[in-house]
Design a protein around this ligand. Structure first.
Ligand code: ADP
Ligand code: MG
Length: 559
């Protein structure tokens, strides 16, 4: 049987592509700059393999030229250029990627920096332009060609003039509407911020033509305007630099440049990983809590770059909830992107990255705890509650990560201590890890329930955050040691003999206790004698699943 080829209504297809792949029109600039960068990369690669080509770094750059008078934006590169055939193939065939073929032909590994692969990015130009003209001259050819299209009715190719190899894309912008001010794409501040946002780490200079004014020669009042090219991108991303070359200041600048916060970072983590998945990351622990941190509005996540090009502003999958306070970015060359390059295709690599990031954060926090106690306590006062929420909300799944990071106020040490420290100091006779809950350490100090434990010389952890006891219940044990609320039933302190005595005591006073219970009614389930009291005549205790404080918290929660 004869096999037929699919046909496509190319006009419709182009329209679909242009208007439905991308969520933001502004990314056209990212796409065109990425193409220009690829074209220069190819030159660089050619120069490595072809002696007749010299690659002098200064000759390679990308220019962005806004022309307000004609409402035209030009993007120019000194890259490899395209022949007439290449113009037709690469720009005339939807989903044909010359860059992908280039990588394949030259057997470049995935890790190579060339960005293009889907063969659709170029058409994003039609999201902002009515008409696109591409003038290109391939390296080694002495003729230039002009490709012109208005998107809908196909394209034309004709001979053109161009002095040097490379490509110039000329966008005739659409008329501004209520929704989109296309004219903004000619404004210096807008272009500058878009280049910074998406293409800051393209490895070649991106030079923006800016119009300035100056005094005319010989005049003290008359001004004239002139244009000037300014390099906008930082080129070498800080995360690819050698850690030894970077100072604390550099990280602080990066933190504020990236608007991670208005404060200073408390600590930075700079890590490069190679292996199953390779990536670079710079992360920060903020010094102070973001104002919306404990609200629903707060969005966790790290910026995600693929090969230096921004893909996602805030990728939530990179951070577990209990470390949601981390700020920063991840750059990887191993991500499989979807066609719009706005999302990821598979999350396997992402999961691997997230896992190693999580471990790194944990280890950094542990070493901060060990080496810089004061700093750790500053951190813990701001974000400790989140760690405890973490323990509670995922049912102890992240126990291993979190149990050594949490701290509580100790009545003995009069400061925050870790569970390891507590357990390390426990006398042999002590069975449990004791804690007491209350609003403030001062209030807990006055609780009658703490007396017997203190008298034994045992340390008590003070739980003053609502979440504390809930988190500990998830943990159940630390090492071999169980936790006990000092207001709970059996504190493991009384001997068998004493227990016997108590039950005698209760029996002989049964009448008294019963009548007390009757007059207290529903307020208590039982009245009994206790040897827990020293300086106080009476205290409340709870025997059930929930402590008195937990019940209070649960009752206070909105239904
Ligand atoms: P992709 O970049 O994913 O390959 P594009 O639609 O962005 O897809 O571009 C299609 C092809 O057109 C590229 O693969 C490349 O071969 C060619 N191309 C686009 N822009 C340029 C340029 N500035 N210089 C040289 N070739 C280019
Ligand atoms: Mg592209």
């Amino acid at each position: 049987m004869e096999k037929k080829q699919f046909k496509a209504e190319s006009k419709r297809l182009l329209d679909l592509m242009i208007n439905s792949i991308y969520t933001h029109r502004e990314i056209f600039i990212r796409e065109l700059i990425s193409n220009a960068s690829d074209a220069i990369d190819k030159m660089y690669y050619k120069a490595l393999t072809d002696e007749s080509i010299k690659f002098n770094k200064d000759d390679y750059y990308i220019e962005i030229i806004p022309d307000k008078g004609n409402r035209v934006l030009k993007i120019r590169d000194t890259g490899i250029g395209m022949t007439k055939e290449e113009l037709e193939e690469n720009l005339g065939v939807i989903a044909k990627s010359g860059s992908l073929s280039f990588k394949k032909e030259n057997e470049l590994k995935d890790g190579y920096d060339i960005i293009g692969q889907f063969g659709v990015g170029f058409y994003s130009a039609f999201m902002v332009a009515d008409k696109v003209t591409v003038t290109s001259r391939a390296v080694g050819s002495d003729s230039a060609w002009k490709w012109v299209s208005d998107g809908a009715d196909g394209y034309t190719v004709e001979p053109a003039e161009k002095e040097t190899h490379g490509t110039e894309i000329c966008l005739e912008l659409k008329q501004s509407t209520e929704d989109e001010k296309y004219d903004d794409y000619l404004e210096d501040y807008r272009l500058r911020s878009l280049i910074k946002k998406y293409s800051d780490f393209i490895r070649y200079p991106i030079k923006l033509e800016a119009t300035r004014t100056r005094l005319k020669e010989g005049s003290e009042t008359d001004r004239e305007s002139y244009t000037e090219l300014q390099t906008v991108n930082s080129m070498v991303p800080i995360w690819r630099k050698n850690k030894n070359e970077l100072k604390a200041e550099d990280y602080e600048n990066f933190y504020s440049e990236k608007h991670y916060g208005f404060d200073k970072p408390l600590k930075h983590i700079h890590m490069s990983a190679a292996g199953t998945v390779s990536f670079n990351t710079i992360m920060f622990i903020p010094e102070s809590i973001p104002f919306d941190y404990y609200t629903r509005e707060y969005e966790k996540g790290l910026e995600l770059y693929s090969n230096g090009v921004l893909i996602m502003n805030r990728c939530p999958d990179l951070l577990p909830d209990h470390f949601s306070f981390m700020k920063g970015m991840v750059d990887s060359e191993d991500l499989s992107l979807n066609i719009s390059r706005e999302m990821l295709q598979h999350d396997r690599q992402l999961k691997l990255i997230a896992k190693s990031i999580k471990n790194k954060i944990k280890n950094e926090l542990l070493s901060m705890l060990k080496d810089d106690r004061e700093k750790y306590e500053t951190f813990f006062k701001e974000f400790g509650r989140q760690l405890k929420y973490g323990l509670y909300s995922d049912y102890g799944v992240n126990k291993e990560d979190l149990q050594d990071l949490i701290m509580f106020y100790s009545n003995k040490e009069k400061k925050l201590v870790t569970l390891t420290e507590y357990v390390g100091r426990m006398p042999e006779s002590q069975k449990y890890i004791y804690y007491a809950t209350g609003e403030t350490p001062e209030k807990i100090d006055r609780m009658p329930q703490t007396e017997i434990v203190s008298e034994k010389g045992y340390e008590i952890l003070y739980f003053t955050d609502d979440v504390d006891e809930f988190a500990i219940r998830m943990l159940m044990k630390y090492g071999e040691k169980e936790f006990r609320n000092v207001s709970g039933g059996d504190l493991g302190i009384d001997t068998e003999e004493q227990k016997e005595e108590d039950s005698e005591e209760n029996k002989s006073n049964d009448e008294l206790f019963s009548s007390m219970k009757v007059s207290l009614g529903d307020k208590v389930t039982k009245v009994r004698a206790s040897r827990r009291l020293k300086n106080h005549p009476v205290c409340l205790a709870s025997d059930g699943e929930l402590s008195i404080e937990m019940e209070k918290i649960l009752n206070a929660m909105p239904n």
